[in-house]
Structure formats: structure tokens, C-alpha cells
Design a protein around this ligand. Sequence first.
Ligand SMILES: [Zn+2]
Ligand SMILES: [Zn+2]
Length: 330
Amino acid sequence: MPEILPGIHWIKMPISLKDSTLSHVNIYLIAGDNGWLLVDTGWNTDRSFSTLHNYLVKIGAGFGDIKQIVVTHVHPDHYGMAGRIKGLSGATIAMHHIEKGFIGPRYIDMNELLMQTDRMLIDSGVPRDIADELRDASLDVERYIVPALPDITLRDGQEIETGRFTFQVIWTPGHSSGHICLYEKEQKLLLSGDHILPRITPNISLNPQSIENPLGRYIRSLEELRRLEVRLTLPGHDRPFTRLIPRIDELIAHHAFRNTEILEAISYRARTPYEIAQKVTWGDNSDWKDLPPFHQRMAVFETLAHLEMMAAESRVDKLPRNGISYYGQK
Ligand SMILES: [Zn+2]
Ligand SMILES: [Zn+2]
């Protein structure tokens, strides 16, 4: 695990969940005049804790030297260990103000979120027994989180200083409503979290915690990043990469292709998002019945994000019928 630029360390943190398609989470330890800035934290597992601990020892530092933790978004792979590291170091935790609002419903009292998720699944045409399974698919995840509220809430355009580096906060809603990227202008570095990954397409869902038209917002925030001069992108998974603009183009093309698949699925008759999701290509072309429940839920909610975007663009019609939403071509 290298220091990829002087003062910028890339640490690959383990993922131990069995149904994950990701091999690791990237966190970045960044030098400052008075201690380190840590961007994202990894899951709260013993393996990831010792990975970070060993890395700190290797560079002659300890947890007490971490002064700031910035979280790109509160998904458990990026935020899980924030509370534990803060407990050991006294570091401040900073995140976008929208993400702060998700901590309670996601990790402290989940009943309301489970009910909202259930309603969305039923409204999407998921049969009752399957909806139970999909709704509860991520319940065991809370074991891997130490929830902690931020000391600092961030807004678009704000700056984060380490003394050696200055990062500009860029609000990039879509994957999560308060997702942020960090841009270092001097170094032409972009820390992209899960907004842009080099090979995997980030999940963009319509779910109870989404802002309006999340896929439309995601694509707009991709377009905005095009204007930056970026030499190296440091993503939340996979490997750092250099060709940002071609990757942005690929992601936009991917979503356009999925729109085409969805329009094709409803070309003869209106269907529910659940029916449509089963006709779309997911990941490595897996059969729908082979997808684990958590992935099936993501697929239904991703389909919904596409449908909402196309409804906003007047390309599809939403047709409620007996408490279930059907979508048909215009
Ligand atoms: Zn994420
Ligand atoms: Zn992630």
C-alpha cells in the first residue's frame, strides 16, 4: 500500500461481507501541518481496524495523530469505523449536512426506514413474501457500524485545509443524496468516493432517502466534474485512475443503455418496476433468481431511479393501479 503522492496515502481496507461484489474499500490518509486528515474509514471490523492500525505504525503515526475525518457518504463501507476512530483519536468528523440526517434512520432507529422501504417495494409490484425478504436484506449490517454524528457539516464549495493541502467540497448527489467529492486544485486530484469508480457502475437508486430524481441529479453532477482539471482520481473502491473524462462518458452511456433496455421492456404493455427490473441486464448478466435479496432490492430501486428520470423527461408515464405503480411508454 503506497504513498501515491508525497503526503497522500492510499490504504486498501478489507470487505468481509459475503455477498459483496467489491473486493475492498479505499481510504486516504492525508498529511497536514498538525496531524492527519482521513478520508473515509472502512467497515468497523477487527480486520479493517488492524489494517489501519498497522499502516499507521508503519509510517510512525498513531490514532492520536488523526485530527480530521471526512466521510464522503454514510454507507457502512465508508463510514462504519468513523465513531471508533474518533473515540481513539478525538478527531473531528465532517460530512455533508444531508448525510448527517441519514445516520439516525439508518443506524439507530430503523423502524421508520424499514416501513418506507416496504411501502416502496409493494408500490413497485414486489409480491408480499418477497418484499419481506428484500426489505430485511441489509439488517445485519449495523453490526459493522459505530454511528457517530458529525462535528462539522459541510456544504458545496466549502474548503477543508490540512496546511499542506486544500480540498474543495463538491456536492455530488446521486449515489447518496449528500455524497461529496473532494478536489485539490494544486495537485489536480479528485477524491471521488463512490460517485465515480473506474470499473464498477455505482448504484443509483430511488429509495426512501433519495432526493428528487436521483439519477438525473447524478448525471448532472457527473457533467459538472468534467469542468475540473483532474490528473488523478482517487476512488472509494478499485484503483486510482487517470482518465476521468472517458470514465464519465462511459457512466453516462451505461445509464443511457439501461434506459433503452427499460423502454424496450415496456414497449408492448405497462409493467411494474419489479417486472421491468427482471428484464434488465445486471452486473455480469446474472439470472434474476441467482441475485441475492440485497442485490434484487438494489436492482428494483435502480430501475425506479431510471423510471423517475424518464418520467421527468416525459419519456414514460406512471400509471397507478390498485396501489401499485405501472410504467408505460409515452
Ligand atoms: Zn456507497
Ligand atoms: Zn462504497
